[in-house]
Design a protein around this ligand. Structure first.
Ligand code: GAR
Length: 203
């Protein structure tokens, strides 16, 4: 079976993208990164792509009159690089119904909480402010809501009494790195089936 082509959308540090890359290089994930797209010119993820020799582009919202034109430019890169699965890895923008409709069931996101708890920005602070004893991370298909799409995988991480947003984030990101490649691998092996809100993992 040929490798599934991934398109990574990321706004910043790119540690999830790096871990996906590491898992591809070591043969644990049978996929290929066709393109990395960032909406920030100085995002570290662009440096990671450059070092790895992966095609990468910066597409900034400010260079487009409308959100739809911005998203159309991203979509064009995805199509041109024959991407099969769009992987949001710290992409800090809400995608519109227009964009999501172009790639139905083909956009995945990772979020650092156990959804539906603590969606949107600052998930770690939200968990601490709420007094949650457990948080974690969620990988889901993207729909038009904010972090509301059908859930693929989740893993819990304990919240410790002295946690700060940074210390909690540090433990959750380790789980993110392991879990994202697993979920992508299931997609690549055609083992995910979306049935309404439920994602079935085919044995
Ligand atoms: C990750 O913790 C990811 O779950 C989060 O941004 C971070 C990106 O880190 N995403 C969201 O909060 C999306 N709502 P990275 O750039 O090192 O992969």
């Amino acid at each position: 079976m040929s490798e599934t082509v991934l398109g990574i959308l990321a706004s910043g540090r790119g540690s999830n993208m790096q871990s996906i890359l590491n898992n591809i290089s070591s043969g644990r994930l049978h996929a290929k990164i066709g393109i990395v797209i960032s909406d920030h010119a100085n995002a570290k993820v662009l440096e990671i792509a450059a070092v790895a020799g992966i095609p990468a582009v910066c597409i900034e919202r400010k260079n487009f009159a409308t959100k739809q034109e911005f998203e159309a430019a991203i979509a064009a890169e995805i199509v041109n690089h024959e991407v099969q699965l769009v992987v949001l890895a710290g992409f800090m923008r809400i995608l519109s119904g227009y964009f999501i409709g172009l790639f139905p069931g083909r956009i995945m996101n990772i979020h650092p909480s156990l959804l539906p708890a603590f969606p949107g920005l600052n998930a770690h602070s939200q968990a601490l402010t709420y007094g949650a004893k457990v948080s974690g991370c969620t990988i889901h298909f993207v729909d038009e809501g904010v972090d509301t799409g059908p859930i693929i995988m989740q893993q819990a991480v304990e919240v410790l009494p002295d946690d700060t947003p940074d210390s909690l984030a540090e433990r959750i990101i380790k789980v993110e790195h392991a879990l994202y490649s697993k979920a992508i691998g299931l997609y690549c092996d055609q083992r995910l089936s979306i049935e309404g809100r439920n994602v079935k993992i085919i044995e």
